[in-house]
Design a protein around this ligand. Structure first.
Ligand code: SF4
Ligand code: FES
Length: 248
């Protein structure tokens, strides 16, 4: 395939960015999107030009590092896949592909296509954990009976990889889908009950303090989420928040 890439280049957080055109040829359908960018970067390095900076780590849909807005969609045109799992067979010979960083005030650009998503870490640190006795006399987790439906829903919520596509997809740059997945994975389990009240209040406060927008139930986050995190988690978090506010 021969393609034209239009890529956001930005020197650093304080510089203005712009779209730059890069023609590329010899791209195979079996290549991943990131492998296609590797080919481009090799060519740029060979020409003495600066390679395009983009985030990646596992390249198998687990770590949540890869984060590209491709033709206006977080993680591109395929469904339930991350950018690293997106194959070039989703595109046609002669296509022009727009590649931008995830856009949100709370995700400032570091360089080119790499953004700072540490706001997610701070939301997680505000309450996304359970305090457990690590004395060596802990009860085996499997000894606590958990209703199958709750166990399944908690597991589904825990598959959120913190990629930020939900924020990038949202017209309000809301982080409700991410935060609600992190709240839900504990709210559904007995181990999460002890700190449940403080957890939801602290995580929602941190989310607001980071500058994410409000949820207006548009649902774009659920559609673009590579892990299929359900909007039901947002409804659950709202219930948890209301109940915690009444107790507090
Ligand atoms: S909810 Fe989905 S889109 Fe949002 S951070 Fe988690 S995995 Fe990514
Ligand atoms: S590089 Fe880890 S999910 Fe894409």
């Amino acid at each position: 395939m021969n393609l034209t890439l239009k890529i956001w280049r930005q020197k650093d957080a304080n510089s203005e960015g712009k779209m730059v055109d890069y023609p590329i040829s010899g791209i195979e359908g079996d290549m991943s999107f990131l492998e296609m960018l590797d080919v481009l970067n090799e060519q740029l390095i060979n020409k003495g030009e600066e390679p395009v900076v983009f985030d990646h780590d596992c390249r198998e849909g687990i770590c949540g590092s890869c984060s590209l807005q491709i033709n206006g969609e977080p993680h591109g045109p395929d469904r339930l896949v991350t950018t690293c799992q997106l194959h070039m067979r989703m595109f046609n010979d002669g296509d022009t592909i727009f590649i931008e960083p995830f856009r949100a005030k709370a995700f400032p650009v570091i360089k080119d296509l790499m953004v700072d998503r540490s706001a997610f870490d701070r939301i997680q640190q505000a309450g996304g954990y359970v305090s457990v006795n690590t004395s060596g006399n802990t009860i085996d987790a499997n000894a606590i009976p958990i209703e199958k439906e709750n166990a399944d829903d908690a597991f589904a919520a825990a598959t959120c990889i913190g990629c930020g596509a939900c924020v990038a997809a949202c017209k309000n740059a809301s982080a409700m889908l991410f935060t609600s997945a992190k709240v839900s994975q504990y709210a559904l389990l007995p181990q999460g009950q002890v700190e449940a009240t403080d957890r939801v209040l602290a995580m929602v406060k941190q989310m607001d303090d980071e500058g994410f927008g409000n949820c207006t139930n548009t649902g774009a986050c659920e559609i673009e989420c590579p892990k299929g995190i359900s909007l039901e988690n947002i409804a659950r978090m709202n219930r948890e928040y209301l109940s915690a506010s009444l107790k507090g």
